[in-house]
Design a protein around this ligand. Structure first.
Ligand code: SF4
Length: 96
């Protein structure tokens, strides 16, 4: 129902949109997002992952695997306000 009311589906609201680290060298990492249903593909079929800072922009007209996380429309608004503006690099936690 929710998806029918919206013009498009926002992947950030879907349970299959996963946050993953991507190695940046020297123990540091970037944050990336991927669709664990394998729906994000490049033209040649290779999996496509996106920068975390762009996750609120990931949308699709229809998806047969969409599973709403049930967080409501406020979630996307809050997410847009808290996302980093650019691709940031993070230090891995140090083991003690
Ligand atoms: S399953 Fe569909 S709606 Fe969910 S993250 Fe993947 S492409 Fe987006």
């Amino acid at each position: 129902m929710e998806a029918e009311r919206e013009a498009k589906i926002y992947c950030a609201n879907c349970i299959h949109c996963k946050l993953v680290p991507s190695p940046a060298g020297a123990g540091r990492y970037y944050l990336r997002v991927r669709c664990d249903e394998g729906k994000w593909r490049k033209k040649l079929g290779e999996e496509k992952i996106y920068k975390y800072c762009t996750v609120a922009r990931r949308s699709i007209d229809a998806c047969d695997s969409y599973e709403d996380m049930g967080d409501g429309p406020e979630f996307l608004k809050d997410l847009r306000m808290t996302l980093p503006a650019a691709d940031e690099i993070y230090d891995a936690p140090t083991a003690r």
